[in-house]
Design a protein around this ligand. Sequence first.
Ligand code: FE2
Ligand code: FE2
Length: 378
Amino acid sequence: MAMQLQTRMMFTPKKASLPWTPSGSHYHHSPPPPPLLRSLLPPEKVEVFKSLEGWASECVLPLVKPVEKSWQPNDLLPDSSLSSDEFIYQVKSLRDRTAELPDDYLVVLVGDMITEEALPSYQTWFNQLDGVGDKLGSSPSPWAVWSRAWTSEENRHGDLLKTYLYLSGRVDMLMIEKTIHYLIGAGVDVKTENNPYMGFVYTSFQERATFISHGNTARLATKSGDPVLARICGTIAADEKRHENVYSKIVEKLLEVDPTGTMIAIAEMMRKKITMPAYFMHDGRDPHLFDHFSAVAQRLGVYTVSDYVDILEFLIGRWRLGELQGLTAEGRRAQDFVCGLAPRIRRLQERIVDKQVCKMESCSVKFSWIFNKEVPLI
Ligand SMILES: [Fe+2]
Ligand SMILES: [Fe+2]
């Protein structure tokens, strides 16, 4: 069925793909070949990160929340240390609250949760970034300390959402677990190569995207009558906001010490488009699972083309890219490209909507995560 839909879906034609999906084919089981030319960062650029270690210790590490002051999934879940009756009462309340959550909402929440579940494995990606990766696995470098702290904070997001959904009884845990298994096995390719400039641009964008997405699932949980789930999504969104702040701050600093190099990295990252880290997600059944999940997120307004452009505009403003001085000719070209990109994507978005209106019939897909129930994509 998915194959039939492929020809009809707005998201599959190359020109109409969502901006966060790279154009062209992409399936979990046959990831694209590695780039022929893997750009190695020149030693003087690696040195930039070495020279910023003092700054990172002073300005980045204080933004890590100490474990003792951090929330844990247990704070927001039924308390299994209570008596059986009390615990069962709490679980029963959870199941009553989640009974009415719409199927399409569950699809988006599961997709978000799976992305979070695989996040600790994304450390593999972070660690191959030149000059900031953790070469020992327990390196004392502030970049490595930050990346481990970040990952451990993120680890709670998947744990919390997964346990909550498990207790709800609304989702097919076996299919979800298979998807996580497949995803971690498939790895991650966010097109930053080994370039930490691009890595930090990517994470600035991505953390804001997850902040928006979890904020929207919180809003929809409230609307569907589950204030506890709303608090859960809101709590996660607050973490993402803090992470976004850290990564944006790092890029801000890089713009200060190396404006041209950073500006070029921002342009390069935007040219490649920001791809979600869970791009290779698969459940063993639907070869277009990520596209389908993205389509539902778009339709529910959890994460949309418009959000993508808003994030771009926000970062351009925060980093004052329009006013950046002292750039080389190549840097100025990158600046012009990035600063003119948002209106271009917005125009593309209008074309996507037009195509959608013209070509789409009622288009829906069965999601294994919710026991093969069918959910509309548009
Ligand atoms: Fe997260
Ligand atoms: Fe985050």
